[in-house]
Design a protein around this ligand. Structure first.
Ligand SMILES: Nc1ncnc2c1ncn2[C@@H]1O[C@H](COP(=O)(O)OP(=O)(O)OP(=O)(O)O)[C@@H](O)[C@H]1O
Ligand SMILES: [Mg+2]
Length: 226
């Protein structure tokens, strides 16, 4: 099968005045559709940096990323924003839901931003929230939901545009074991049922073992893959 994503010699440095802080130093990686990849490595090694680049939230210092053969960083800023909104789903450690909006509105908004009509966005949001087991919580605001429920809303939001890939940065880092397990089960169900591709940064051993592939970052490079 062709690669959905190809990361080629990806380098990223941050600059503090004249001081260069090299973080990623030539990362190469291939991801096929419907794979679940776990990215692991020590704190500060550059896992979130890699995820941000994969999601087009930032540009690399060198190297690039191809999605279906298309060079992500050949896109102009505006095209890159559009690609990100329409083709990438993000799930973060702290859900990043908008506190003043309901679960339904939080999920639908991602569809509206990607230019779905209001009807389509709301229908799909409702469907997804029912799918993740929150059909009875549509009108709840984030403060009225449990941690696991919030994370399930964030997952529904990530899926609303049927993204090429869902990028998750320690999606269960903030949850107890039982709740994390339930969120992991949900990710795998989505993978089974919809062939959804996931790249998940995690410190969770169980999740890392369960992934199709494990990518370990050491000193700015892919040290080992399983
Ligand atoms: N915007 C930034 N400007 C300057 N330095 C940054 C910036 N973002 C990250 N860094 C630095 O780059 C390095 C990698 O950060 P990153 O957040 O990618 O690590 P990480 O592997 O996700 O760590 P953790 O497991 O703690 O989340 C760190 O040393 C961090 O201090
Ligand atoms: Mg991080």
């Amino acid at each position: 099968m062709n690669n959905l994503i190809r990361v080629v010699d990806l380098c990223k440095s941050y600059y503090d005045g004249f001081t260069e802080l090299p973080v990623l130093k030539g990362v190469d990686l291939k991801v096929k559709k419907a794979e679940v990849i776990a990215v692991v490595g020590a704190s500060g090694v550059g896992k979130s940096t890699l995820l941000h680049l994969l999601g087009g939230l930032d540009r690399p210092t060198e190297g690039t990323i191809f999605y279906d053969g298309e060079d992500l960083f050949a896109l102009k800023d505006q095209e890159l924003d559009r690609f990100r909104n329409e083709e990438i789903g993000f799930v973060f450690q702290f859900h990043h839901l908008l506190p003043e909006f309901t679960a339904l509105e939080n999920v639908a908004m991602a569809g509206l931003i990607a230019r779905q009509t209001s009807g389509v966005a709301h229908n799909r949001a409702k469907e997804l929230l029912e799918y993740v087991g929150l059909g009875e919580r549509l009108e709840h605001r984030p403060s009225e939901l449990s941690g696991g429920e919030r994370q399930r809303v964030a997952i529904a939001r990530a899926l609303v545009n049927q993204p090429k890939v869902v990028l998750a940065d320690e999606p269960t880092g903030n949850l107890d074991q039982k709740t994390s397990d339930a969120v992991h089960d949900l990710l795998w169900t989505l993978n089974d049922q919809f062939d959804q591709t996931f790249i998940i940064v995690t410190h969770n051993q169980t999740l890392a073992q369960r992934a199709d592939r494990l990518v370990q970052l050491v000193d700015g490079q892919v040290y080992a893959q399983r």
